[in-house]
Ligand binder design. Sequence first.
Ligand SMILES: [Zn+2]
Ligand SMILES: [Zn+2]
Length: 298
Amino acid sequence: MSERTDLSKWALLSIGAAVLTIALKTLAWWLTGSVGLLSDAAESVVNLVAAIGAFIALRIAAKPSDDDHNFGHAKSEYFSAVVEGAMIVVAAGFILFSSIERLLHPREIESVGIGLGISVLASIVNGLVAWKLMSVGRRFRSAALEADGKHLLTDVWTTAGVIVGVALVALTGWGPLDSIVAIAVAINIVVVGWHLVRDSTMGLMDTVIPDAERAAVDRVLDRFRADGVDFHDVRTRESGHVRFVQFHMLVPGDWTVRRGHDLAEDVEAALRADVEDLHCAVHLEPIDDPRSYEPWRR
Ligand SMILES: [Zn+2]
Ligand SMILES: [Zn+2]
């Protein structure tokens, strides 16, 4: 297993942000008695649960391979990302439901003052943390951190939607606008959540590595193709930040084991130089034996 820094400290940042927003919203509820703020605080508890889930997943992912998990623990991040995606979809469902309900049964907007102020403050905190998590997540190819960042970002959109809605109603005097804006935001959030769930389950399904990296693998193998040397049955899969590639290397049958192995080492080194966090498995076989062309598994 390649060594990768333990990324769980970034999940701690998210846990801190969740605790802070819960405290802010609870304080605002205590000051104003607004039930809306209390349910807002409850919503932030979801962020806390998600952040703790990401923390646990990242701790597990950072463990090196062991007797029980010979290929490492990188996939644990997908579980956290799937849960984040599902939580986002459920949260968006609630927004959608309450917006449609308000559209059908219009009522006065609750006094916005301190509640909106607290929401904006919480959104600024969440927005900054989301931006950091997503950039670290992309840099280290961490599904859990990217998912948690996207999750926090949906909170920012929700608050932005509320503000835009309130402003539009004030400008136009047309009441239903704030519900319509909230519905649009909720639909957008459902799409984000759905993509998270889809991408992460695909990761759990041993999806092939991204096209650009597969092309890099093929370029390296082409470079080593020569008289009597060929490759076939190339298979790849992605596991968190780790990429696995396995292939058969066909060489002249009268080569010594040492010569074949030397070439295999060179090919592996070239592949690892071009693709980050790559693990190779090479099967060496004589090019003149018809059995060589049978794939490992049918
Ligand atoms: Zn070897
Ligand atoms: Zn073969």
